[in-house]
Design a protein. Sequence first.
Length: 497
Amino acid sequence: MRTLARYAMLWPLVLGLAFSRAGLIVASYGSYTSTDQGLLTDGAMLVALAVLAVFFFILLFTGKTVGKRATNLLARTCIALEALCLLAMAALKTTGRNSDEAQFALSALCTLVASGAIFYWLRRARGTSTTVAVVFVFSALILSEVEISLCAFLPDTVAYLAAMALVLVQYPCMLWARKRAQPYRITSPTLAHDYFSFAKTVIQSKQLLAATAIGIGCLAIVIGLLRGYPNGEAIAFATTTRVMYGVLTVIVSGTLIVLVLMRKRHVMTVGAFVVMELLACLALIAYAAFPDMLDIGAVFTTTLNALMVAFTWYVIIAFMSYGWRDPYYYAIAAWLVWLGCRAVSRVALMEAYPISTNDMLMNAVMGGFLVLSTQVVFVQFLAIALRGSDEQEHAGARQSSTGVLAKLMALDENESMSELRQATMQHNAEEMGKQFLLSEREVEVLTLYALGHTQKRVAEELFITQGTAHAHIKRIYAKTGLHSRQEIIDYLEQYAS
């Protein structure tokens, strides 16, 4: 009970993330009454991703960050537009003026702004531990699936309005979240050999995250093809199979949460990929075994898609916590890899009739990408484990071979950038120290803390105990009147420089 009470602090974030995703699914995916809505889903996704790609390259080439005020304004705007899209869809459905062009435009806009709202909630969870991140994303997935399943059995207009009402609940959730402790303050373990455990070497972390991105991309292609198997048409669910999909998703998600809370190793690395690849294999087998009842295979396909959503959220939080660029950079990058690969393969399947009429070739293509995803991820995991024993000997060689992918993902050390950032932060901390009469030691602690180091890491860097570091941080909060690491960072960026 004490453990559950600890994670109760996540409720506003869980509700916000769940309602933002559910609004998107009801609007653009038809509440999963079928695997998707064809071009209204993935065609609209490609349009939204094209807009997000513009912001991605702006962040990439300028290196700028989105401030706290801009982040809050952007989130409020996205929530409002998501609700308006759902209201417009309900109005078009009621009046009978629901043209394909209008539906596509609203679907594309809703996909774009709902993504922005989702990014906001993920951004609030950066810096958390493995366990907190898993509880957060999979709890949100479970809650959103409950809402989506209920909407699937409602008339379209009622479903749109119900989803719109819950989308607007994100506003009080934003206010609620500000009054709760930040997620990174929740005392919870980070599991060894996981995305949030970078205790060994920086290069291993880069390899892990880069391999994950490649694995997600390959698996996303398989998901896109499975959703339209075999000829590109969406697969409609019967009532029974629609319920089966929702129940299976909740069971698997709940199991992953329990395993992580039990501190089982490798659950969110090897374990997560094994589960998703098993679902892909089961979908292929079910499609072949029941060619006249494709919705049976679609149960596994749509469950796989839902789990990939939560897994990508989890990896985004890891990227946000580890990388040095703005959090939106990593969120958009993950969206481009995961949803971009899925949407391209899905649309290509609809258009490529020579391929879609050849079931054997379709199965071979999906099997090939599934094997590629497995090999890339598992080989990298094995390489990371093997290199742990001789990391000191080969650290320099591995550092020089980081590669273009890690640099594009902003996981490279970028020594000049790191040194510049550290020097800037130190200068700003000194100025802030003068303003609030901080001691020299408190300025040193403030600098490292604002750079994103944990209290344990701060203590190690300054050769003090963790309790002493904690006491210094408490005094810094008391003297400055600030209440979180993010408030300190925002203050340093806006005023101290």
